[in-house]
Design a protein around this ligand. Structure first.
Ligand SMILES: Nc1ncnc2c1ncn2[C@@H]1O[C@H](COP(=O)(O)OP(=O)(O)OP(=O)(O)O)[C@@H](O)[C@H]1O
Length: 334
């Protein structure tokens, strides 16, 4: 378990604060997303977790062990158990796939026999057995990331840190890498922490997330709750300011998990029961780990606002009025 309490980090050079009062818990087996705008402090927080950068206040423990108290040798030992992958894969171009994967075991002086056995297992896990003798320059981006994942798993880490690991990949390849990460998470129970700016990565792969804004946690919780409640921080991140809505009436956004809708077609039923026809301005279904979420925007006139919002509350549907990003009515918090 990774426990972070009141964490504070200041850059030494200019004494600027980059992380302030960070509190979060990442349970064993979580796939946890750290999201936020560029410069919010995501990579810095990730680097605090594996001791690549220090922190000045608060506490960061991994399985009860305070990272900033670790001496050099202990820190090296700790890092063996934390794998890391990056956006640009960081492979050695002159070495083959096999040699790249074997690298950490060679550094730690494992026997050739043990190394070969492990590399073979990992090649199978990441689906690259047929590319074992290829050089990175002859691999696609997705294949390179598979090699990097295999290399990160050689020392049987308990934690895998992913820093924008799918940002350089096309959507289809991103999906295949996410499927691999989910498979690894389920097969070996590894905890995965993902820094990303890709919301589809958060929705498809992660069970929990934290939104960082200027070095502070703006929102934190299960991915399902964050996306269904659509907090201000998420909308700022999604750039909702740019959506143009009708100036008349009330634009109500409704979010629900598809599995939660038991009574068939939601809006037809609502319109019939309320005897009120309203326009649906926008609607999309987004894929989540084990479900899909419907997000719709309807426009309601003044006279029917109370009736509609009461209906939504009674049916425990998450809704909010899309006014501006700071002042809004909200329901469905239950
Ligand atoms: N060594 C450093 N010294 C001083 N400031 C730094 C240093 N490294 C990073 N920063 C600053 O700290 C802030 C957070 O950086 P960080 O890389 O953690 O952000 P991020 O959320 O990961 O951003 P991005 O999504 O662009 O990678 C930024 O303002 C950055 O300029």
């Amino acid at each position: 378990m990774i426990e972070i309490k009141n964490l504070k980090k200041i850059w030494e050079d200019d004494k600027s604060s980059v992380l302030e009062d960070i509190n979060l818990t990442i349970e064993d087996g979580d796939i946890y997303a750290l999201v936020g705008r560029s410069g919010a402090g995501k990579s810095t927080l990730l680097r605090c977790i594996n001791g690549l950068t220090s922190y000045q206040g608060g506490s960061l423990t991994v399985d009860g062990c305070e990272i900033k108290d670790l001496k050099d040798k202990e820190l090296r030992e700790f890092r063996r158990r934390v794998g890391m992958i990056f956006q640009h894969f960081s492979l050695l171009e002159r070495e083959t796939v096999c040699q790249n994967i074997a690298l950490p075991m060679q550094c730690w002086k494992y026997s050739k026999e043990e190394t070969d056995k492990k590399v073979k297992e990992l090649l199978e896990l990441v689906g690259l057995t047929d590319k074992m003798n290829a050089k990175p320059k002859n691999l696609s981006g997705g294949q390179k990331q598979r090699v990097a994942i295999a290399r990160a798993l050689t020392m049987d880490p308990k934690i895998l840190l992913c820093d924008e690991a799918t940002s350089a990949l096309d959507p289809k390849t991103t999906n295949s890498i996410l499927e691999l990460l989910l498979e690894i998470n389920q097969k070996i129970g590894i905890t995965i922490v993902i820094v990303t700016h890709q919301m589809e990565v958060v929705r498809k792969a992660c069970n929990k997330a934290c939104i960082l804004e200027q070095g502070r946690i703006a929102d934190e919780g299960t991915v399902r709750d964050i996306f269904i409640k659509q907090p201000l921080s998420l909308r700022r991140l999604l750039g909702e300011e740019e959506i143009h809505l009708p100036p008349r009436g009330h634009n109500i956004q409704i979010a629900h998990m598809v599995n939660d809708i038991r009574d068939g077609e939601l809006f037809g039923k609502m319109s019939k029961e309320l005897d009120y026809v309203f326009p649906i301005l926008d609607g999309k279904i987004q894929e989540y780990q084990n479900d899909s979420m419907g997000i719709f925007v309807i426009n309601v006139d003044d006279a029917h606002l109370e009736m509609v919002t009461q209906y939504l509350d009674e049916h425990e549907l998450n809704w909010r009025e899309m006014t501006d990003l700071t002042d809004e009515k909200k329901g469905g918090e239950a």
